[in-house]
Design a protein around this ligand. Sequence first.
Ligand code: FAD
Length: 389
Amino acid sequence: DVSQPLDTDFYRVFADVPAEDREAWRRARGFVDEIWPTINEAWEDAEYPFSRVRRMGELGLLNDGVEGPGLRTLSPLAAGLVTMEVSRGDGSLGTIIAIQGGLALRTIALHASQEQKERWLVPVERAEVITAFALTEPGHGSDSVALETTAVRDGDSWVINGTKKWIGHGLNGDLTIVWARVPEGEVRAFFVPQDTPGYSAELITGKVALRSVHQTRITFDDVRVPLDNVLPGANSFKDTSRVLYATRLGVAWSALGHAIACYEAALNYAQQRIQFGRPLAQSQMVQERLTQMLSDVTSMQLHCMHLATLDTRGELDPVMASMAKYTCTRKARAVASIARDMMGANGILLENHVIRHLVDMEAVHTYEGTESIQALLIGRRVTGESAFA
Ligand code: FAD
């Protein structure tokens, strides 16, 4: 019951969450309860959870705080709590919030024309239009600023050529927002319906993290879209970065959800598992490890809560979101690793709900800017020196 502070909320960080935000949190928890029995099976089978994504759309959970006409905007705190709660259940669905309700929805809200917003925002938020955000390329991940996909005007069309990799929702969806370079050298964004001739996508297989969300490699081979498929507000890579910065905070909340799930599982296990004639929980070393995990969880909660407050006040600096992502993904990886070890062999079984979070965290740690890239962004701020290249 989210009206009560969670057992994991040691400092009562969330005790005063306003009623409206608590309601969104409750909806997210209710959704996780619905899907809980089959999360592991869906992960193991690497099934894309279309019906669950639609359900999240219906419930208003597919918006990480994006504002726009007709949207059911969640406050920064509510959006964070929803991402945390969904990721506590299933990190693949947490990632889908980041793709559909963060990267794609926010690109439209920040950079689309009024007409484009009216056409796309609501259907994307409701998951009626499954949408991809295609930035990363096989040769450009951390340095996506150097992307090579091109868009050239030809008569009344833009013609797009290039390859993208790691793109969630690139296959079997409806719409891809693709970032491409125009002849003048700047990076711009384009709406490409996935059934456009020349658009082809293949599933990336053999993936051992976030198995229920599909990533793809997309080829654009003379893909033609009308001139008004360009997003007029996206005129340089700085505009891409505005989307990435804003969505990064959601990744910190997601890491918190993963860490809470692992802590809860480890605590429960330590109380049940008898070795040397007593529960593991009676061992000093086990208590110290639980303390270490809870200390990390508490620190993540404070980070996320404080940044939600700054965001609400309009005082969130992008580099703060980098610090939150850096801190929370590091801590969540550490918590997941301790939890897995504390459960012995049982820690590697999906049914015990830790190994899935542990491997999912490996992807969360990498996407939306790796730990090292966040460190370079913070380092540039504190030293005044860019160390990227
Ligand atoms: P690289 O850039 O090749 O980095 C490899 C290593 O080198 C990393 O440890 C990195 O930190 C380090 N490194 C790189 N440069 C430096 C440097 N200057 N100094 C020190 N260390 C450095 N992209 C999209 O556009 N859309 C999506 O929907 C999407 N979804 C994703 C989903 C998943 C599950 C994953 C794993 C990725 C997704 N991505 C997506 C791509 C993601 O954003 C990139 O993987 C990420 O930016 C890192 O790029 P890379 O994998 O090419 O690693």
